[in-house]
Ligand binder design. Structure first.
Ligand code: AMP
Ligand code: ZN
Length: 156
């Protein structure tokens, strides 16, 4: 499944250029066009999945497998002092390209990178309350597929 409007689908299909560093049957890893730091890489599923809510178990496993593989390669290749994995969903979450992707961002002391833009209005909630709410929901979810069904169908 691909999306005609999607730049990452265009890369997968070879219709847009990309600096690809790894590819297998289900995933593609390529350099971010506007790197936050040297080595900033994106890992995407080849199937057009918009965001985390559309993710299935097998694709998630394939994506994280490629993330692990590429992160190790970046560590060996560039010797960063740290590494961040970042993944954004929906506009309010900072997502700009609506094809699921994981950022692998090498870090160095003093690089000055601030990954999260501060929200305009700060929302607060006691940690215990947030934990209790999440615990209630996570107990209902046996598989990733079930999580997807719950969100997509608006069930409680
Ligand atoms: P996000 O804000 O999490 O949706 O991240 C989108 C990322 O995709 C940004 O870091 C962009 O620099 C990157 N990006 C957008 N278009 C391309 C492209 N054609 N090739 C490589 N990276 C891209
Ligand atoms: Zn796409």
């Amino acid at each position: 499944m691909s999306d005609r409007e999607c730049i990452f689908c265009a890369i997968i299909e070879g219709h847009a250029p990309a600096e690809v560093v790894f590819e297998d049957g289900d995933t593609l890893a390529f350099m971010d066009i506007n790197p936050a730091n040297p080595g900033h890489t994106l890992v995407i599923p080849k199937r057009h999945i918009q965001d985390i809510y559309g993710m299935d178990e097998d694709t998630a496993a394939a994506v994280i497998g490629t993330v692990v593989r590429v992160a190790g390669a970046i560590k060996r290749a560039l010797q960063p002092e740290g590494m961040n994995l970042v993944q954004s969903n929906e506009r309010a979450g900072g997502q700009d390209v609506f094809h699921f992707h994981m950022h692998i961002i090498p870090r160095w002391y003093g690089d000055g990178l601030r990954l999260a833009r501060p929200p305009e209005v700060r929302r607060t909630m006691p940690i215990k309350e947030a934990a209790a709410r999440i615990r209630r929901e996570v107990a209902k979810v046996r598989t990733i597929a079930a999580a997807y069904t719950d969100i997509c169908c608006g069930k409680k």
